[in-house]
Ligand binder design. Structure first.
Ligand code: SF4
Length: 544
């Protein structure tokens, strides 16, 4: 049973609230900036929220009192940045379950999956829905729709402890429920499923999603490096996984050991090489300020990420001292000292400019409510502080996130193609990107050319194949078939990137190309000459 979400409840406003929201909206329609209009009409104890404005707008349009006005809606919408990368992310948490790890910095809260706190923003929704995956996805989609966001391209981010440690029947059920929520009630069945009794298995829900209103364009799970095996690679693909997040945390074996990570840096390298050989996108977490680390050892450790591992995305999670983690006792005994906020800002400002252009920094701090942090940095706006420090120093970060085109209109004829080739453990990577004259990224493709040292994956689709690990084109996420005003999506950039990748692969002697397509993007590749393989989409390449 799906609980009625907060946003659904907001859809029907009381007459008083609607009247007040209408005054604000009238002001905005007459050209007044939204913030000013909101300030002119205060409510008891504060100001009217943007979600109420959107709810009022929807109510006025649905009742026929007003005509739809997309430009007004765009101005009052909440946090447009959430879909600016072209994709809407929906986060779901798995049920409380133990983790094989014993990491001393990791909090343990009863009735929560390991490492998550019940009042973290992302976790609260899961608790509200009793960790039911279907309800979590539906309520998130409804919330996003009610504030006017397109939800036709959805990346599912599954969080909670160590995914690979959950029972596989639970994992499969969980993913099926997420897809059922994306597919909606009574979805139209593709011809191959019509007349079949069981359409609730993983294959059918995937197939239905290929043409569903909410297409899955990425499926992310988080696990530990020592859980990555050949069997796990195939299982991930069976579920439709396209991206894997893992904690590297440090590349210093002594630090890993005293923090009880339970794996070595070599195991992280092994896991990353396997994931890369199987075409997955790789996100690594790295933690400064672990037990035993100093500002100097952290400065020495971070560059090791780019020596072979070369993650596609990173999350920098400065260690946070939490009362319900074993590290707390070390601190009480005087054996651990958190960095100050100033030290942390200076450290990350030292590290960021050296991040390669092929990597995206997703986070520089974890969103833990500051009330849980015993000592050390309590600011969740650390990214802004770091960027202010970079500006003060006259330096900048060149990571993907810092160079995305965002809302900027893109003049496709002015774009330049950049081919950044770099060696990773046992493969040559090409980060192909279209960049604007201002060095902003409008779209990119990750091409992996395995070499003789590349580990065998046992996945037949990938035999002797060059692998497209990611194609990403930016722009406001547009409903399928609609053109945006100069937004980079739908202008053929993806097709052009694929053509360039094919040429590079051909020149390097590859006769096959495979792509790790998310379920909802399969049609895109089928229309571009790929065929269905067992777990990937594949294409033969003519001889160069
Ligand atoms: S592996 Fe992750 S979830 Fe498990 S104890 Fe370590 S940090 Fe926590």
């Amino acid at each position: 049973m799906v609980k009625k979400s907060t946003f659904q409840q907001l859809r029907t406003l009381t007459p008083e609230k609607l009247a007040l929201a209408r005054l604000v909206l009238d002001d905005v329609r007459s050209g007044r900036p939204v913030a000013e209009a909101v300030r002119r009409h205060p409510v008891k104890g504060g100001h009217i929220s943007k979600s109420v404005l959107v709810a009022a707008y929807n109510q006025l349009v649905e009742s026929g009192a007003w005509q739809a006005d997309p430009s007004l809606l765009a101005r009052i919408r909440l946090k447009p940045v959430r879909t600016l990368s072209g994709v809407t992310t929906v986060t779901v948490l798995t049920k409380p379950y133990p983790c094989p790890g014993q990491c001393i910095f990791c909090p343990d809260e009863a009735r929560m999956p390991k490492s998550y706190l019940s009042d973290e923003p992302g976790a609260m929704r899961a608790v509200e829905h009793d960790f039911d995956p279907y309800a979590q996805v539906r309520s998130r989609l409804e919330a996003l729709e009610s504030i006017g966001h397109p939800t036709d391209k959805v990346e599912l981010l599954i969080l909670g402890g160590t995914w690979s440690y959950y029972r596989r029947d639970y994992q499969e059920w969980f993913v099926i429920q997420c897809f059922k929520a994306l597919n909606g009630p009574n979805p139209p069945l593709p011809p191959s499923l019509q007349g079949r009794g069981d359409t609730g298995g993983i294959g059918p829900v995937h197939l239905i999603n290929e043409t569903a209103p909410h297409r899955n364009v990425g499926l992310v799970v988080e696990t530990r490096p020592d859980e990555i095996t050949l069997d796990e690679l195939a299982w991930f693909r069976h579920l439709g996984v396209t991206k894997v997040q893992m904690g590297a945390q440090s590349l210093d074996d002594h630090i890993l050991e005293i923090n009880a990570r339970g794996h070595t840096a070599a195991e992280t390298h092994r896991a990353v090489a396997l994931l890369r050989a199987a075409g997955f996108k790789i996100v690594l977490h790295w933690m400064p300020n672990l037990l035993g680390a100093t500002l100097d050892t952290d400065r020495a450790d971070f560059p090791r990420l780019w020596e072979g591992l070369c993650p596609d995305e990173i999350k920098i999670y400065p260690t946070q001292l939490l009362e319900n983690a074993p590290l707390y006792e070390y601190w009480r005994r005087g054996e651990y000292q958190p960095y100050t906020q100033e030290e942390l800002v200076a450290l990350i400002a030292d590290l960021k400019p050296a991040i390669p252009r092929y990597c995206r920094v997703n986070r520089v701090v974890r969103d833990i409510p500051s009330t849980h942090v015993v000592a050390g940095n309590k600011r969740t706006s650390l990214r802004q502080d770091v960027h202010a420090e970079l500006r003060r120093r006259g330096t900048r970060c060149n990571c993907i996130r810092c160079r995305e085109v965002r809302e900027q209109a893109v003049e496709t004829s002015a774009l330049e193609l950049d081919d950044l080739a770099y060696p990773a453990d046992s493969a040559e990577e090409h980060f192909l990107s279209f960049v604007t004259p201002e060095d902003k990224i409008a779209g990119f493709l990750r091409l992996c050319l395995p070499n003789v040292d590349s580990p065998s994956t046992g996945l037949g689709d990938l035999d002797d194949a060059a692998i497209v690990r990611e194609v990403h084109v930016y722009g406001q996420s547009l409903p399928v078939g609609e053109e945006g005003n100069g937004a980079a999506q739908h202008t053929g950039l993806g097709t052009r990137l694929l053509e360039v990748a094919e040429k590079i692969a051909q020149r390097r002697g590859f006769h096959r190309m495979a792509v790790i397509a998310a379920v909802g993007t399969r049609r895109y590749y089928l229309e571009r000459g790929f065929d269905r393989g067992k777990l990937y989409l594949v294409k033969s390449l003519p001889k160069a």
